[in-house]
Design a protein around this ligand. Sequence first.
Ligand code: BGC
Length: 452
Amino acid sequence: MPEATHTFPASFLWGTATAGYQMEGQGTNTDFWQWEQTPGHILGGRLSGDACDWWNGRRWQEDFDRAAADGHNALRLSVEWARVQPERDRWDEHALDHYRQMVQGLRQRGLTPMVTLHHFVNPLWAAAPGHHIWETGEAAALFEQYTRKVVAALGDYVDLWCTINEPNAYMVQSWVLGAMPPSKKDIGLALKVAANLLRAHAAAYRAIHELQPQAMVGLPVHFDWIMPARPGFALDEWAARTQFNMFSSLFGDALATGRLRRPLMPSVPVPEARGTQDFVGIQYYTGIVARFDVSNAGQLFARRSFPPGAELDVMAAAGNMAGYASYPTGLFETLSWVQRYKLPIFITENGIGDSEDGLRRRYLIRHLRELWRAVNFNFDVRGYFHWSLLDNFEWDRGWAHRFGLYALDPDTQVRTARPSAQLYSEIARSHTLSSDMVSRYAPELKEQMFPG
Ligand code: BGC
């Protein structure tokens, strides 16, 4: 049988994405650790603990070996601010050295590091009630100082940077839905935080470029592809557009225009943020449909659900909107949509929670087919980072939502490859997705994807 092959550019980065707090373990000096201790905050009640033991046990070494052995050529990780600056007036050189060894370890294994400076978590000193730096506006100057420290320490090995992970998800989870610390439900405050996130990003962007002119710096955004529940019905169209404008496109547009949009109010000028990204970081997980709901003012008059007919992960199937639906065309639509920014693109996260791994294989294949289509439209996509290398601590969902190519038993720290790890390895090694891979890893897709 002849084999059909989808080929990606030779220079493409194939990696996985991770985050410090979710992998390292014992992130005790942080707002998230403190928040975890309140019963009911973490689904299932099992806390982050040692997570994947990347800090004290230094198990990052064996995991980087796994990524390299699987043929990946990149890995995204994040630096935990609380480790580098444990107190407001104290820097920890040992922590910086630990991170330096990690990024050097990536280079030694042939993996290009992409480093995120803030991924949802703050040092305790920065998040004191009443003095939370993202609320007061102190964040920009402090985040810039911290950024300078990290870039000076890691700059020999790293020139791909993400400043703040998913400012839109962070703002919504922490200040609109209350699902992460500081657990507030206050849209007005959330928008103030959004402006402060942009200012801190802009300050970090300039600092990085001052220290490292060749750096590529991005602000990766959580991109839900949001559609009206009843297409053509004006109120649903409005609800979907508002959700998209106030979530998926809020930060990207602000970087393009220097203005932060607000619902039913004039936008806020943030001129220093204009033009401060070198690539668009897309974190695409799910499609969403929005239905107008006059009773839901707290979420801008929309009721969200998953696209009809889409395959759902365990959380979504249980009716939890923190879950995800497999909606691959949404990735292509997102890639088309961001063409307006005229910048290179990285898929900085994409993945699905599935301990059984059947859905993950289909999800990976179908999303990469959309990515390949985009590459064939000459969209300037430079790489793909799958979330995640191994199961890790999934925030308020604890250990109930498993995203790893490798399964992790957090009791024993044993890692076990899921079939998707092997599939992704074949893809990364060959820079291709082929009909033969589909036949072997997800034969149920063969007829639909390669009917010939
Ligand atoms: C976050 C990750 C998270 C992933 C899966 C993303 O929004 O950046 O930290 O684990 O989603 O839910």
